[in-house]
Design a protein around this ligand. Structure first.
Ligand code: CO
Length: 134
């Protein structure tokens, strides 16, 4: 059911430093930062030929990545995102298989303006997993 790898998200404390690393050291094309107050993060994308890297920094008091950065002060891979054709069908299949969908189970509009869901890391090899309707 899962399709293309849409992005790998890396949480960082310092978005400017991370941008420099990806732009100047790795030679990637890094977009301008965008604040996502609904998601508690500021995001830049590194557009690669076959996928994207999403660099996430905390925004506001109750950022969902604050705890992660406490445990991983140097930053780290936060989640992976796979594309699906139909997010509701995908959700129902996950639930039927016994996997936990985070939040209220209803898709939210993600960083790319498309519906997304997050799946519990304990059910997916220790990795927070996002599904995005492509
Ligand atoms: Co994501």
């Amino acid at each position: 059911m899962i399709g293309r790898l849409n992005h790998v998200a890396i949480a960082v404390e310092d978005l400017e430093a991370a941008t420099k690393t990806y732009r100047d050291t790795l030679g990637g094309h890094v977009t301008e930062p965008v604040d996502e107050p609904d998601h508690g993060v500021t995001v830049v994308f590194v557009n690669l030929p076959n996928t994207k890297i999403e660099l996430l920094a905390p925004l506001g008091e109750n950022s969902p990545i604050a705890k992660f950065l406490e445990k991983n002060p140097n930053g780290g891979i936060h989640h992976v995102c796979y594309e699906v054709d139909d997010i509701i069908a995908a959700r129902d299949q996950m639930k039927a298989a016994g996997a936990r969908v985070l939040g209220d189970g209803e898709p939210k509009i993600g960083a790319h303006g498309k519906p997304v869901l997050f799946l519990h890391p304990k059910d997916f090899c220790g990795t927070l997993t996002e599904l995005e309707q492509a």
